[in-house]
Design a protein around this ligand. Structure first.
Ligand code: NDP
Length: 323
């Protein structure tokens, strides 16, 4: 089968298309014939070495397709089912991927492989951020960075469905228009504007009870300065580089605020948590409250171009690789 491999960490040029044996599902695993592979910004952290991997390695956490074979003891899936997965093991950039059946889900009727692969990782991230990391309530005004991106697009729509007012940030006027079309009430062009000052202006000086920051280094100070007293800073990504270290006294000076740095795996500890998160996501998609915006697709062989586009801020919504 064809798969993407890296032998060394580095820029997008380290992504190589290679021919490797098709995996055999071990006990407890299913072999998925990928119909669509989800691209995620985390894949660039694995490729660059920001999140170290044992090399050589495949790449990619997320995909959806048809179950081709089941390993011993698997009862959750049968051959021919549609399966989607988003928690690894790393190596989804391939025609086939063997994954733990307990970490995969069956999308409901009406959700095809492309939507599932565009939705699952980013959407379950939005689910735990909006419902569990902080429980967004109707009437709250929240801050969502990179709102035209994969996770950002879902966060905006889902937060609106929960009744929140959304202050979004975006890197270009076109992306700002996209965030508005998704339902954002206010959009700040954060490459130019002073985010904290804008958030204070919009909130009448109060600031926001929760801010979702996946951009990291570039937005850290602006996010801290945007919080209401006792607000929550959710730092969940590093698209512009890792945020700086922080002395606890700065949380006091910012208004007795809280800082959390969550990762999806810790909110999907059990199969029951995975199933509940995926079910909540598929429900908001099914009801039409959240639309999965697949902004661009690339052939598997063009993984390098896909990474260049992601890191070049040239993508909107979700991105897929098609085997
Ligand atoms: P996106 O589609 O959101 O792409 C990243 C976006 O970040 C870009 O489009 C860009 O939007 C913005 N950005 C700001 N500064 C930069 C920069 N210097 N270089 C590149 N991009 C920049 O990606 P995903 O939806 O896949 O992921 C979004 C974020 O969420 C990532 O940081 C990811 O790591 C994180 N994440 C965290 C999870 C967790 O469990 N903690 C799970 C899933 C995702 P713009 O042009 O508008 O600025």
């Amino acid at each position: 089968m064809r798969a993407i491999r890296i032998e060394a960490v580095g820029g997008p040029e380290v992504l190589q298309l290679v021919e490797v044996p098709k995996p055999e599902p071990k006990a407890g695993e299913i072999l998925v014939r990928n119909q669509a592979i989800g691209l995620n910004f985390i894949d660039t952290y694995h490729r660059s070495g920001l999140y170290p991997l044992r090399l050589p390695s495949g790449l990619g956490m997320e995909g959806a397709g048809i179950v081709e074979a089941v390993g011993e003891g698997v009862t959750r899936f049968s051959v021919g089912d549609l399966a989607a997965y988003a928690s690894g093991p790393i190596g989804a950039y391939a025609e086939f991927h063997a994954v733990n059946a307990e970490r995969a889900v069956k999308p409901p009727a009406g959700i095809d492989a492309r939507v599932a692969a565009g939705a699952l990782l980013k959407g379950m991230t939005a689910e735990f951020l909006l419902r569990r990391c902080h429980e967004v309530k109707a009437g709250e005004t929240i801050l969502v960075h990179a709102a035209a991106g994969g996770v950002g697009s879902i966060l905006v729509q889902w937060a609106k469905a929960l009744g929140a007012t959304v202050i979004a940030t975006a890197g270009s006027p076109e992306k700002a228009d996209r965030a508005k079309a998704l339902g954002a009430d206010h959009v700040i062009l954060y490459r130019d504007a002073d985010v904290a000052a804008e958030v204070r202006r919009i909130t009448g000086g109060k600031g926001v009870p929760v801010a979702y920051d996946s951009v990291g280094a570039a937005t850290f100070e602006g996010t801290l300065g945007s919080l209401a007293k006792r607000g929550l800073f959710v730092s969940f990504g590093n698209a512009s580089g890792p945020p700086p270290a922080l002395a606890p006294a700065r949380l006091m000076l910012a208004g007795s605020v809280f800082l959390t740095r969550p990762t999806m795996g810790d909110y999907l500890l059990t199969t029951a948590e995975l199933d509940a998160s995926a079910a909540a996501l598929f429900s908001v998609i099914g009801s039409g409250k959240v639309k999965i915006d697949i902004g661009q697709t690339f052939p598997l062989a063009d993984a390098r171009l896909a990474h260049e586009a992601m890191e070049g801020r040239d993508t909107v919504g979700a991105s897929l690789l098609i085997p």
